[in-house]
Design a protein. Sequence first.
Length: 154
Amino acid sequence: MAFALPDPGADRAFVDVLVDGRSTTLGVDLLASGPADYETRPGSTREASADGYDVAMTPESVPPDENVTLEFEVHHDGDVASLEPYLGALGHLVALRDGDLAYLHVHPEETDPEDGRVRFGARFPTAGRYRLFLQAKPSGELITASFDVRVEGA
């Protein structure tokens, strides 16, 4: 299958599959020629906008190697958005560690689709910067919101 990357630079693609009942993640680097323009990322973000939706994340701080609950609340025009299942869940969360792009896929906890919130129990193995990608389906529209998280030790 041929496709074109939208912008020059380096990207990484991942695929999650089940092989003999075991979850397996494969990754590949993708390179698009041309002058790349990279933006400086913030240390941490707790709010994001995606396709007309506003998404807020809590908590404020995330410790390394401890269980933490990440909660995302989705709003549209100031109102709480009702979430619909996407691929069997109210949300999907992926985290990539800065530097080596270590990959963490987290499944949601049981939540009420009407309150616009989805929660994930996560454990970040080491301190560092992580880029989180949340996928949710409010009002039938699939959105992807990204957050930057700095995981810091005590």
